[in-house]
Design a protein around this ligand. Structure first.
Ligand code: HEM
Length: 553
């Protein structure tokens, strides 16, 4: 306004009108610019930048999305982050069923979900384009230099060195320790059921159920620790790890806030992970000393690994001395020496890979068996027939016995199919990945093969009431065993589960011993069949179980 007044005042001078017009124009322009600049402050600059970033974020999402199914609009920056903090099975299920390929974008991460069997297999089998990324925070917890993040040849080589820890001979050696752990925990389940029954006087076994998923998690952690590090870890340390492990799982959301902020889930998770790493490193140091003493026998994975390192070192020394070593004396894998911390990181990956998955599997196994007495009786009858006098005795089960338990195996495999513990396996796209002729996944995006549809596919598992029914018989008299292409419970391709034989065997051992010695009583609620997502899948009501000692018929 002031500048217009100044221009107006100028008209009172005697300048020619054209010059005056030019001057008025120039004055008015200067006034307009200064108006703008006068209005500019830090907030308007920030607002403009923010608006530009929102527009950029949205356009980047559309560009990445291309022809994929997924929300048309992205919540600025965070996307569906808040939903991923409290994930709902139904929401995931809806997404898996929505299309073979769908997408969301959370923070800066573009996430592609591959849901059908063929798309999932295509992703698993594309190591040239993708590498595992577990979930974003995993590299912070497991450490970025951990072997599970190796790719290509380096991964294949490292993994070869671990194969010897999961051979039949190795698994045989872990069985006695595992049976000790089962005996100890089953006894404590029974004792706490007895206590609960006394406290809730008058409650029958079927009414006295206690939430069991937590104690089953502890059992699985104790079992893993015994298998991995034997007696190098005390019972109280195992208990501490089992308790802390909850924080590690809680930190494992599909997408986390990008930085670790104190007192958040990821912060607690990282603290717990550091403690586990320290504990395993100390076990490694102790094992290195023990295994050098004469006559020391390998009792756990750690012992076997160190033994293999020692044998490799002896072999190398013989070669260096110029000896010609007969080929049968050459170790199956010549290993380098690993530091205590390297060993610890690797053992942590085993715990990391097994803890949630086996806890989930054993929760559903017990729920399903408690609810289907006919199946439970078949497991018992088979065990009794195979074990004879040894039936129900801890320490008596050998690997050959488990091999012969066809029905028990069918129960485990059917449970893994019906309630797959791992439903999604995140991979990262290393270079543009042409998944279909119409769509190429952009470099840097997360791509997730999802296993549910493959395992609930009626074309493969349509017999015995259909794929949504739990029917162990389909593995005995049906053709489930021939559906190898659909059997993605343990993944496929170069990163397929290293512990799959061990996991199935261990779950078989658990239901065999438990059913031989105890009766299980499930307090069924209207939420028992609902699915809770906590990294893996669990019964929504946390599985109310109680145990009574079995009186043999
Ligand atoms: C029911 C139990 C289990 C299930 C359902 C399961 C499932 C899986 C799945 C889906 C993968 C990803 C495979 C891929 O990317 O193709 C995996 C990887 C892996 N699992 Fe398991 N797992 C189980 C138990 C175990 C156990 C007990 C161990 C070890 C003792 C283990 C060790 C591993 C390792 C080390 C990997 C990564 C392999 C690699 O990157 O080369 N898992 N598991």
């Amino acid at each position: 306004m002031a500048s217009i007044m100044e221009a107006f005042n100028a008209s009172t001078t005697n300048l020619p009108s054209a010059t005056l017009d030019r001057l008025v124009g120039a004055k008015a322009q200067t006034g307009f610019l200064s108006n703008i600049t006068n209005g500019v402050n830090i907030w308007s600059v920030l607002f403009t930048l923010l608006a530009a970033a929102v527009v950029y974020d949205q356009i980047a999402y559309w560009r990445n999305k291309g022809v994929l199914s997924g929300p048309a609009w992205k919540m600025p920056f965070i996307g569906p982050f808040l939903q991923s903090v409290d994930p709902k099975f139904e929401a995931y299920h809806k997404q898996w069923m929505s299309a073979p390929l769908s997408c969301v974008s959370v923070f800066h991460i573009f996430v592609i979900m591959g849901s059908t069997r063929d798309v999932a297999r295509q992703i698993f089998n594309a190591p040239a384009y993708v590498k595992p990324c577990v979930v974003e925070v995993a590299s912070k917890l497991l450490r970025p230099e951990n072997w599970v993040f190796l790719d290509g040849k380096a991964h294949v080589e490292y993994r070869k060195g671990l194969n010897g820890l999961f051979t039949r001979q190795a698994l045989t050696g872990y069985l006695p320790g595992q049976q000790e752990v089962y005996e100890q925990y089953f006894e404590s389940f029974f004792q706490s059921s007895e206590k609960a029954r006394k406290e809730k006087s008058g409650a029958g076994p079927d009414k006295g159920g206690e939430k069991s998923v937590y104690i089953l998690r502890e059992l699985m952690c104790a079992l893993s620790c015994r298998t991995f590090v034997g007696h190098y870890m005390s019972h109280s340390q195992v208990k501490e790890i089992a308790d802390d492990y909850y924080n590690i799982t809680a930190a494992m959301e599909l997408v986390n806030f990008p930085i670790i902020i104190p007192f958040t889930k990821t912060w607690y998770g990282k603290k717990a992970a550091d403690k586990v790493l320290e504990a395993f490193a100390s076990c490694a140091a102790k094992a290195k000393i023990r295994m050098k003493s004469s006559g020391a026998k390998a009792e756990c994975i750690l012992d076997r690994w160190i033994l293999q390192m020692m044998e490799s070192e002896q072999y190398r020394q013989r070669i260096e001395r110029g000896e010609s070593v007969p080929s049968e004396e050459k170790p199956a894998q010549v290993l380098r020496g690993f530091t205590d911390f390297e060993i610890s990181m690797t053992l942590f990956t085993f715990l990391f890979a097994s803890q949630d998955a086996t806890s989930s599997a054993c929760s559903w196994l017990l729920q399903l068996l408690a609810d289907r007495p006919d199946a439970l009786e078949k497991v018992r009858a088979e065990g009794n027939q195979i074990m004879g006098d040894r039936y129900g005795k801890y320490g008596a089960v050998q690997i050959d016995d488990l091999d012969n338990m066809a029905y028990t195996r069918a129960v485990v495999k059917e449970t893994l199919r019906y309630r797959p513990p791992v439903t999604m396996v995140p991979y990262k796209v290393k270079k543009p990945f042409p998944i279909t002729p119409e769509y190429t996944a952009p470099k840097g995006s997360m791509i997730i093969p999802s296993l549910w549809r493959s395992l609930h596919d009626n074309e493969a598992y349509g017999s015995h009431g259909g794929a949504d029914e739990w029917a162990p018989e389909r593995w005995i008299e049906g053709d489930a065993e021939e559906q190898g292409k659909n059997w993605l419970v343990f993944g496929t391709g170069p990163h397929y589960c290293l512990g799959q034989t061990y996991a199935v065997m261990n779950l078989m051992l658990m239901i065999h011993l438990l059913s031989a010695n105890f009766d299980m009583h499930h307090t069924v609620t209207d939420r028992s069949e609902e699915i809770r997502v906590f990294a893996t899948l669990f019964p929504m009501d946390d599985l109310l179980l109680s145990f009574t000692r079995r009186v043999a018929a």
